[in-house]
Ligand binder design. Structure first.
Ligand code: GA4
Length: 333
């Protein structure tokens, strides 16, 4: 049997689709063009030459592995994941389930220092490592947002980044651990290459978009992440343990009046190796108003969304299921 190469993946119209890779060391004008295009077309891209030191990443990974390697009782000392702490299989408050365990943290410095006491045997080290990692990925997010603002001719070039730099920013850090699980379809005769399109693989983290402004995701060398690109096709994201993936969130879709799209993504469980991901969600302060910026509104392109505060949006998100289209609640019809 001839098995076709898995890349590039082709849609029905045989158009090749691939996840864009953007080199952050390129010159600014080139970068803004590439990043804007990637945010418009995919809402998802990989960044290389991001400038975050290997040490900062490795130390964070070590703390994550150490945490997940503990007994359940020890992990539960971190408190329940609602709102912040340790969670196992249950995601959010409305019955969503996944094949993972996780640690959800608010990025506020005081909150990390306090919570570290219950998370680690060496809380000073843990909080220092987490704070360094958050600082580093926040810088990557802010750099990308400033480049985006430049590329979109937004009047205040720091408008987006100021929201997540704010001391009251509601940004989060999530460490996910997907232990290997036996697939329902391990007996499935479908060649492995096609199995990413099968729906009976066990779900690690169900399909959703991120509610925030921008997400910076880093994983180990184990695959499982998929992104929904054109034609609703699920595209496997090749794991790259040295680089970051960037995901446009719902709030950035609203701020750009739909010019950027928040990317729907999911993680499938695998039956071989444990996957770990570390995900930073850059969010505004709870009382910030989110609305399409005037730069993106015109008589030809009227505002698509009603203004809302981040607090209102979060409450709406938590009242719905993971995969629901929560932005619909704020659409102007
Ligand atoms: C998805 C993105 C982040 O992981 C998260 C998730 C949150 C949670 O796990 O508590 C939510 C989910 C996420 C969106 C809808 C609501 C809230 C679970 C859920 C069902 C931490 C976030 O901010 O929103």
């Amino acid at each position: 049997m001839v098995v076709p190469s898995p890349t590039p993946i082709r849609t029905k119209k045989t158009k090749a689709v691939g996840i864009p890779t953007i080199d952050l060391s390129l010159n600014r004008s080139m970068l803004s063009e590439l990043i804007v295009k990637a945010c418009e077309e995919y809402g998802f891209f990989k960044v290389v030459n991001h400038g975050v030191s290997k040490e900062i990443i490795a130390r964070m990974e070590e703390e994550g592995s150490e945490f997940f390697g503990r007994t359940t009782t020890e992990k539960q000392r971190a408190g329940p994941a609602s709102p912040f702490g340790y969670g196992c299989k249950s995601i959010g408050p409305n019955g969503d389930m996944g094949e993972l365990e996780y640690l959800l943290l608010h990025t506020n410095s005081l909150s990390i220092s306090e919570r570290s006491q219950a998370i680690s045997n060496d809380p000073t080290k843990f909080s220092c490592v987490v704070k360094d990692y958050i600082q580093a990925v926040k810088e990557v997010a802010c750099e990308i947002l400033d480049i985006v603002a430049e590329g979109l001719w937004v009047q205040d070039k720091c408008f987006f980044s100021k929201l997540i730099r704010d001391v009251h920013s509601d940004s989060l850090l999530r460490l996910n651990h997907y232990p290997p699980v036996k697939h329902i379809n391990d007996w499935d005769p479908t060649p492995k290459l096609y199995q990413h399109q099968c729906t009976n693989n066990r779900i690690g983290f169900g399909e959703h978009s991120d509610p925030q402004i921008l997400t910076i995701l880093k994983s180990n060398d184990v695959g499982g992440l998929q992104v929904s690109l054109h034609d609703g096709l699920w595209v496997p994201v090749p794991p790259d343990p040295t680089q970051f993936y960037v995901i446009v969130g719902d709030a950035l879709q609203v701020l750009t009046n739909g010019r950027f799209v928040s990317a729907r993504h999911r993680a499938l469980a695998n039956s071989m190796k444990p996957r770990m991901s570390m995900v930073y969600f850059g969010a505004p302060p709870l009382n910030s108003w989110i609305y399409p910026l005037p730069e993106f509104v015109s008589p030809q392109k009227p505002s698509l969304y009603k203004p809302f505060t981040w607090d209102q949006y979060k409450k709406a998100a938590y009242s719905l299921r993971l995969g629901d289209s929560r932005l619909d609640l704020f659409k102007i019809h």
